[in-house]
Design a protein around this ligand. Structure first.
Ligand SMILES: [Fe+2]
Length: 265
């Protein structure tokens, strides 16, 4: 099938709502009936070739495929719904689709805990009604009370700085990307905090508190502050029979932070 630029046409009759999640009232925008022709998108995405190569999927627990069509009109529509201009985090931003299955799956530690993305993430659920269950959930990290990790530079007025002070940690952790990574790996994403067994974090555990489940609905767009801890919310049924399909767009509010490539969970 020929894929044309109007594949990702926006529905003029979409419905949008804003939610504020957690103590930090982190913004999330939910938009129903986002695309004009979901069926056409599903047909097109069913014919793509998906790869689970790290370069494209990062630590996402599934496979991805991309179509070389401009996502700028979609990003502009998302910006309007979000309330300020957003920019693609990766350049070029192709249309990236992801397919996930729970057939013979094996999650690694990182996939059994919430994660964060570069800045703002837009996710469009593509499954038809009968295979929509679970969704995307936002979490609070119980041991520290943090709901979100800001990007560098970290300043003394921020909660994470105060946490480091309280724990008598050197603020050298916040001087470099590598230092901050180490801080996150040991304090926040410690392997001991992940879900046990071969399970997504779903309803949370003694270390991660579920704040809000964004329910998966056909043709629903979720735009959220992806510095808030989040994860797929997936219980096995029915994704051992059909793929869980969505489109992912990594965005940022700052124009000059784009990176090349496209891999992230
Ligand atoms: Fe994410």
């Amino acid at each position: 099938m020929e894929i044309s630029d109007d594949l990702l046409e926006i529905n003029p009759n979409l419905q949008s709502q804003v939610a504020y999640v957690g103590k930090g009232k982190h913004k999330a925008v939910l938009v129903d009936n986002f695309y004009k022709d979901l069926e056409k998108i599903l047909q097109a995405t069913a014919k793509l070739s998906y790869t689970d190569h790290y370069d494209l999927t990062g630590n996402f627990p599934g496979a991805r495929a991309q179509i070389n069509i401009s996502t700028q009109p979609v990003i502009d529509a998302i910006s309007k719904l979000w309330g300020s201009q957003l920019y693609s985090f990766f350049q070029p931003q192709l249309a990236v689709f992801q397919a996930l299955t729970t057939r013979d799956y094996r999650l690694n530690i990182g996939q059994r805990a919430p994660h964060i993305d570069p800045d703002i993430t837009a996710l469009i659920y593509l499954n038809p009604e009968h295979s929509c269950t679970g969704g995307t959930a936002l979490y609070r990290h119980r041991p520290t009370g943090l709901e979100r990790l800001p990007r560098l530079p970290i300043t003394p007025d921020q909660e994470v700085w105060q946490l480091a002070e309280r724990l008598e940690l050197s603020n050298e952790f916040f001087q470099t990307e590598e230092g901050y990574e180490n801080f996150q790996r040991s304090m926040i994403f410690n392997p001991l905090f992940a879900a046990k067994g071969n399970n997504y974090i779903n309803d949370g555990n003694e270390f991660w508190e579920l704040l809000q489940l964004v329910e998966m609905k056909p043709n629903r767009l979720a735009i959220f502050d992806a510095r808030v801890f989040h994860s797929q919310y997936i219980k096995e049924d029915p994704y051992d029979k059909v793929f869980r399909m969505n489109q992912i767009i990594y965005l940022t509010a700052e124009q000059n932070t784009m990176r090349t490539g496209s891999s992230l969970a």
